[in-house]
Design a protein around this ligand. Structure first.
Ligand SMILES: [Cu+2]
Length: 603
């Protein structure tokens, strides 16, 4: 029996039936997908069928009914807004021509999206008959299609972007000036640095040998001094900075990435990196974490292993967030990290043999600023691997996308988890998870989710294949974009929803500055339930949102200015360790219902 069972006793957790009854056997792909979907008439019949099929282990037999099932679902699904309690789904684009493997929202409300140049042709042409002529490319030497696009949220339109080298499984982060700095990739792209400036007609600029080392599956984070750190990547047990620091090699050894490298499997890629309040970095890899003083290349603290010891990083991909940081004026600000999902030990090796082990159904939470930090396990309503965790403006965490079995990697995932879950960090242990309404589109390996300024969550991607595959596969390549509307966007709350009057968009804020935020609410305002939050938009790929950060500025005083207009006074974060300089989305939240965000720059 797995070690997790022991832990579950002390925390009154129980293993899901799927794990205990089926263990390491393959599961029918539809077992997870079906029970949550709207067409109820066909449900009972399907359930019976499914029970019988549970014993089937060959993929060939299970593929056909699975396909029919999805065809039916897609037929009945309206390509518009579907209304129900617990969030709604909206199909924004059936196809943007590429798959949203990496996404970043920029300060002009446009989202930079890209996948990889070695997929072969995409379904989006480069503009003006342009072609990429690259003799080192592994797929197409001459390629007239785009592998990056810019999505304009306001108009729901997109345009092709021209990326010159392979950006496959890369990383990035937005700098203080609002430019996206993207690093690494594969083949000719492995040492590239690419910059993208937010403007109406801007395109990628590339810097050859911008990186000191090859970076593939690395993690980036913005630093308090304005630089960016790039950590790890395949066969890279070190970190570096952008811009480069100089010195002999420009790379700094990080043995922790060797120690957490499972031979032949890895589980140490795309480490979960967060900037702690003391300016050091919390670096989580595999099943444990360290506190890294990157400036002096020193490990300051070793955190305990997550109970059970199961891996949470690529390819046993879970996800993680730095929970909302609050009481920012306190002498000691606390910081907590939440890691959710992943795959049990051995799951990757099993997946390569066609056995799809049930994913982990636990989250682990730790106060990283605690002198004696301990993980606390919590059970999710569903097991999930390759999920995304997105901080919502009201401080809740959306857990979305992913699979119920298998791991990351080509063809290694099964049982799409179609229901998102909202995690309420402020609720008591045992009452934090809230199941949301399902999508109809599986979002497996290489899918993404990011917060938009209007509070929706943009969802895209999913391509578990080595190329674009639209037919005769379990999970076709997804070129679509959807939006998940958390229930705070429901029309019934419109009279409670704040609307920000000031500060104006793109306003500059200082550190530790007194700020009066003006807003209007048409209904009755509960003055004690008003709060201001600030969110740093993330670079999201492979189930991890780099640089994602939410600061609760709270509310020092709320004043009624008349005519349904109010003023809430707050103090901005005191220093760069709490909020590195750059663009944030500022929200007024009233009774958990956020306003639309307004872009502010803290500097
Ligand atoms: Cu990948």
């Amino acid at each position: 029996m797995r070690a997790e069972a022991k832990v579950s006793l002390s925390l009154s957790l129980s293993l899901s039936p799927s794990l205990t009854s089926q263990g390491f056997k393959a599961r029918h792909p539809a077992t997870q997908a079906a029970p949550v979907l709207p067409p109820t008439k066909t449900k009972p019949k399907k359930k019976k069928k499914r029970k019988k099929k549970k014993k089937e282990t060959t993929m060939t037999r299970s593929l056909i009914p699975y396909f029919l099932f999805w065809q039916l679902i897609l037929l009945f699904a309206k390509p518009t807004l579907t209304d129900a309690a617990g969030g709604r789904w909206q199909l924004l684009q059936k196809s943007i021509g590429i798959t949203a493997m990496h996404m970043q929202l920029l300060k002009n409300d446009r989202v930079v999206i890209f996948d990889r140049t070695d997929f072969g042709s995409s379904n989006l042409s480069l503009p003006n008959g342009q072609c990429r002529n690259d003799p080192t490319e592994t797929a197409l030497k001459v390629d007239c299609t785009a592998h990056s696009a810019e999505y304009d949220v306001a108009t729901n339109t997109y345009r092709a972007l021209f990326v010159q080298t392979d950006v496959w499984c890369s990383s990035g982060s937005v700098m203080a000036d609002g430019r996206l700095i993207q690093t690494g990739g594969f083949n000719d792209g492995e040492r590239r640095v690419r910059t993208f400036t937010p403007c109406a007609a801007c395109d990628w600029q590339e810097i050859e040998n911008g990186l000191a080392a090859r970076r593939w599956y690395a993690t980036n984070h913005i630093l308090p001094d304005g630089r960016q750190i790039v950590i790890g990547g395949r066969r890279q047990f070190n970190y570096e900075f952008y811009p480069k620091t100089g010195g002999p090699s420009n790379t700094y050894s990080l043995p922790f990435l060797v120690q957490t490298n499972d031979a032949g499997i890895e589980n140490n890629l795309y480490p979960f990196v967060f900037l702690n309040v003391d300016g050091n970095l919390f670096v989580f890899s595999n099943n444990r974490a360290v506190l890294l003083d990157y400036a002096n290349n020193k490990i300051l603290k070793t955190y305990p292993e997550i109970p059970g010891g199961d891996p949470r990083c690529y390819p046993s991909t879970g996800s993680a967030v730095l929970l909302p940081m609050k009481n920012l004026q306190a002498k000691f600000v606390e910081a907590e990290v939440l890691v959710c999902g992943g795959a049990p030990k051995g799951a990757y090796t099993q997946a390569t043999k066609g056995n799809f082990v049930g994913a982990l159904n636990t989250c682990a939470r730790i106060k990283i600023t605690d002198p004696n930090p301990q993980w606390v396990l919590e059970k999710m309503p569903q097991a999930r691997v390759m999920g995304d965790m997105t901080l919502l403006p009201n401080g809740n965490v959306l857990i979305i996308n992913g699979a119920g079995a298998g791991t990351a990697g080509w063809e290694h995932g099964r049982n799409p988890v179609l229901n998102p879950v909202i995690y309420r960090p402020e609720n008591a242990l045992g009452s934090r998870f809230e199941l949301q309404n399902p999508t109809t589109i599986p979002r497996m390996y290489h899918s993404t989710a990011i917060l938009l300024r209007d509070g929706r969550v943009l969802v895209g991607g999913s391509n578990p294949h080595i190329g674009y595959e639209f037919t005769k596969v379990l999970f076709p390549t997804e070129l679509s974009l959807e939006a998940f509307h958390p229930s705070y966007l429901d029309a019934q709350f419109s009279n409670l929803r704040p609307q920000i009057v000031s500060p104006a968009s793109q306003s500059n804020l200082g550190y530790g500055q007194k700020l009066a935020v003006r807003f209007s609410v048409t209904g009755t305002l509960a003055q004690n339930l008003v709060s201001v939050t600030m969110v740093a938009p993330s670079f999201t790929t492979h189930s991890f949102s780099m640089n994602q950060r939410l600061l609760v500025l709270g509310a020092e005083k709320v004043t009624n200015l008349g005519k349904s207009t109010y003023e809430v006074r707050v103090t901005t974060p005191g220093f760069e360790n709490l909020a590195p300089s750059g663009y944030y989305l500022l929200f007024v939240v009233h009774r958990e219902i956020p306003s639309r965000g307004t872009w502010v720059k803290i500097q």
